[in-house]
Design a protein around this ligand. Structure first.
Ligand code: NA7
Length: 539
């Protein structure tokens, strides 16, 4: 191995999604020996597993794509503004081919443990395929939305028909014709799925616990002229994205919500609404900070929902009442609310009529009058999301200094320095870890940045003959406190969201991410690094 020769490889990479793929390319390119392990049968991570009909990214494809190679940017053509999952996966396969990534990745292999040996300063990684491998550095690129969540509903395993999860969708087509489909969950996955299923299935019953804000994608095919213009200015687009809050080149209006008159405000809302999807969060700079401002944005969104749903009683159930707009991730949809105008789509409001149990023939809900209604189904879809940000690592037996597990390190609330390292876990790096902007931004760019930082750090250690890096416990604590303070200046803590860990019973309630924006985070990270890796211990 390039760093010393006493380990099997220099770096083990956990996961071969967007982040792990780039980590293979970058670290291998730096002359390190690398081995990646991937539980799936091929590259792609999220885009390999989330194959449900209607799956798309909520960041435009021109932005949600690698920037590390200009040739790659210039040669790839996206066919739509928001490409479908199959197209994103085709792109990632193209990247794997073009940069010959697969030779460094073991597929169908799930990492089950990573243990640090303090005396030897090395990591031993074990997999479910029986592999044991030692390395100097571990890079966890295991995903922020990859640990699949099946809620513990009574009778869950008793259903006699097919059970699917949006994030573990089978390869090949699922025949929905003539079938009665139940969908539990109305996050991005459920909301993207419902219109597609409604077109094919005999009947769709949507089981909604919390109504969500969802905004039309304003998707459209791209044409040659548009693509040419984008590619001619790609460097500028990337530069702006890296300065921005969310990793794409959009900025909010220059005034706050209440500083403009009603007509101007309406015009601005309409403009950002038409940009599509999550970009509506950017309408005014104070929308995610000021409750009164947010209430006006909510009112606008509510009018939009009412305008497309025929039955106003159904619209009442679809309008979120319990969280400020944007504090749960706004969904980017294609015809979701309109689905409820179809004869074959029904909404079940679980706040009013909760699930009693899953039965062999469907789902029983408790009516307001105390009676039970049986919803008969042939197929049940869980669109119930993930144990976000920390779940993937938490499910692996990761042990650092003194045998302390990552599970214990995070038991009272997640700890991480900059989302890159955890105190007590030397030479272990996380890509898009807690305490970084991660899922709040364009994850292709956040992944590239983290991998570049990790590569630069390993190079820094090697060139100075240093053996290890890990954060100071105090610096880490201060960083997480700061993340908490930043979040407290926003409305994010006001929602029971997966950002807060609220969707997983028993998970500590903390806002897990850095919320002051991608550009600001990059600045802070660069300053600390340039100041001699401030807050880290280098040995
Ligand atoms: P999400 O956004 O976590 O959505 C999961 C949905 O499942 C949400 O509506 C939940 O309701 C619902 N859910 C979870 N548990 C239950 C139970 N026990 N009963 C009923 N309903 C339940 O996951 P997605 O896959 O849609 O999207 C995740 C992210 O991926 C998304 O934000 C994008 O960034 C990409 P709740 O709101 O918790 O009441």
């Amino acid at each position: 191995a390039a760093t010393g020769g006493d380990t099997d490889v220099d770096v083990v990479i956990v996961g071969a999604g967007v982040a792990g793929m780039y980590a293979v390319h970058r670290l291998r390119g730096d002359g390190l020996t690398v081995q990646a392990f991937e539980a799936g049968s091929d590259v792609g991570g999220t885009w390999h597993h989330n194959r449900y009909p209607g799956a798309r990214c909520d960041v435009e494809s021109v932005d949600y794509s690698y920037s590390f190679s200009d040739e790659l940017q210039q040669e790839w053509d996206w066919s739509e503004r928001y490409a479908t999952q199959p197209e994103i996966l085709r792109y990632l396969h193209h990247v794997a081919d073009r940069f010959d990534l697969r030779r460094s990745i073991a597929f169908n292999t799930r990492v089950t443990a990573a243990h640090y040996d303090e005396a030897a300063n090395l990591w031993t990684v074990t997999t479910d395929a029986g592999t044991t491998m030692t390395c100097r550095f571990c890079v966890f690129a295991s995903g922020s939305l990859s640990a699949v969540n099946y809620p513990d509903i009574p009778g869950r395993t008793s259903f006699a028909g097919a059970v699917l999860h949006t994030a573990a969708w089978p390869h090949g087509s699922v025949d929905l014709t003539g079938r009665r489909v139940g969908v539990i969950g109305t996050g991005s996955s459920g909301i993207q799925l419902v219109p597609e299923v409604a077109r094919e299935a005999a009947h769709v019953t949507v089981f909604q616990r919390t109504p969500n804000y969802s905004i039309p994608a304003a998707n459209r095919p791209t044409d040659d002229d548009e693509r040419r213009a984008q590619k001619a200015r790609y460097a500028e687009r990337r530069r702006k994205s890296r300065l921005s809050g969310g990793g794409s080149p959009f900025v909010p209006h220059d005034k706050n919500t209440l500083e403009v008159d009603d007509a101007e405000r309406e015009r601005v809302y309409e403009h950002y609404w038409m940009l599509g999807g999550v970009l509506f969060s950017k309408a005014f700079p104070d929308q995610m900070r000021n409750e009164d401002a947010n209430a006006l944005a909510r009112d606008f969104a509510e009018r939009k929902i009412r305008a497309v749903v025929d039955d106003q009683a159904v619209a009442d159930d679809l309008i979120p009442t319990d969280h400020p707009i944007g504090t749960k991730r706004i969904v980017t949809d294609s015809g979701y609310f309109q689905s409820y105008n179809r004869d074959n789509v029904d909404l079940v409001n679980l706040r009013r009529t909760p699930i009693e149990r899953i039965t062999p023939s469907g789902i029983d809900t408790a009516d307001v009058d105390g009676r039970t209604t049986a919803h008969d189904l042939d197929l049940l879809v869980f669109a119930t999301g993930f144990d976000a940000v920390t779940g993937a690592m938490d499910r692996i037996d990761v042990r650092g200094r003194g045998g302390r597990t990552i599970h214990d390190a995070w038991a009272d609330g997640v700890q991480s320095y900059l989302g890159l390292q955890v105190a007590g876990f030397p030479n272990l790096f996380t890509v898009n870890g807690p305490g970084s902007p991660g899922v709040l931004a364009n994850m292709v760019l956040t992944s590239e940045d983290h991998v570049d930082w990790i590569a630069g750090t390993i190079e820094h250690l090697r060139s100075r003959g240093l053996e290890s890096i890990e954060p100071d416990a105090e610096a880490e604590q201060a960083w997480m406190q700061r993340c908490g303070q930043l979040a407290a200046q926003t409305l994010f803590p006001r929602a029971n969201s997966w950002y807060m860990g609220a969707n997983i019973p028993g998970k500590p309630r903390v806002f897990m991410l850095y919320s002051a924006g991608f550009g600001k985070y990059r600045e802070e990270l660069a300053e600390l690094t340039d100041a001699g890796y401030k807050g880290f211990q280098l040995r």
